[in-house]
Design a protein around this ligand. Structure first.
Ligand SMILES: Cc1cc2nc3c(=O)[nH]c(=O)nc-3n(C[C@H](O)[C@H](O)[C@H](O)COP(=O)(O)O)c2cc1C
Length: 179
């Protein structure tokens, strides 16, 4: 069974990033290679502090990344980059440098934004950060979701064209994991 860890860069209850991930989870349930999806909880992590020992939440995140065959991150764009809460989680999981659980970890990235560019700037930053940790960022066309909050109906992500495109990429990612 392929194990995927989904990470949303937004903590909002009505987050379009999280709704996008949940919709994709439904889509890939029908993929022949059975996939087990878990979600990281990055909201409870303390601020990164090198003087601080790992607590349970940090350990859970690091273990979840280590155990996953692949990580899927949906990030919103905040001020042209990724949200601090997502960077904080990545920083915790990034130690020791070049030897962390991200080293060699396949990662699939998507981005959302309130504006017209779909978070492409944040997505570029995230991929740059992941590359710096020696993660294996999946090479695919950028999956960007402009005006993302407007694509939710009663909390469910409903843009089928975006979901078709994102599912195609995710299925390719899954088949890479299984090859
Ligand atoms: C602090 C902050 C900064 C933002 N900066 C940008 C930005 O630079 N570009 C943009 O298109 N949208 C920006 N937005 C809008 C968010 O990308 C948009 O609200 C998105 O839906 C948030 O993701 P979520 O729905 O998963 O919570 C910003 C929102 C916040 C709260």
């Amino acid at each position: 069974m392929t194990q995927l860890l989904f990470i949303s860069g937004s903590l909002r209850q009505d987050s379009s990033s999280t709704a996008l991930l949940r919709a994709l989870e439904q889509r890939i349930k029908s993929v022949p290679a059975v996939t087990d999806v878990t979600y990281a909880d990055i909201g409870a992590l303390p601020h990164y502090n090198a003087d601080r020992a790992m607590n349970e939440e940090i350990r859970n995140l690091v273990d979840a990344i280590a155990t996953a065959d692949g990580v899927v991150i949906a990030t919103p764009e905040y001020n042209f980059s990724i949200p601090g809460v997502l960077k904080n989680a990545i920083d915790w999981a990034s130690r020791p440098a070049y030897q962390s659980v991200f080293k060699g970890k396949p990662v699939f990235v998507l981005s959302v934004s309130g504006g017209a560019l779909g978070g492409v700037r944040a997505q570029g930053h995230l991929k740059y950060i992941l590359n710096g940790m020696l993660a294996e960022v999946f090479p695919w066309q950028e999956i960007v979701v402009p005006a993302a909050p407007k694509k939710l109906i009663e909390g469910t992500f409903e843009d089928q064209a975006v979901l078709d495109f994102a599912t195609e990429g995710l299925v390719a990612f899954l088949s890479r994991l299984n090859s």
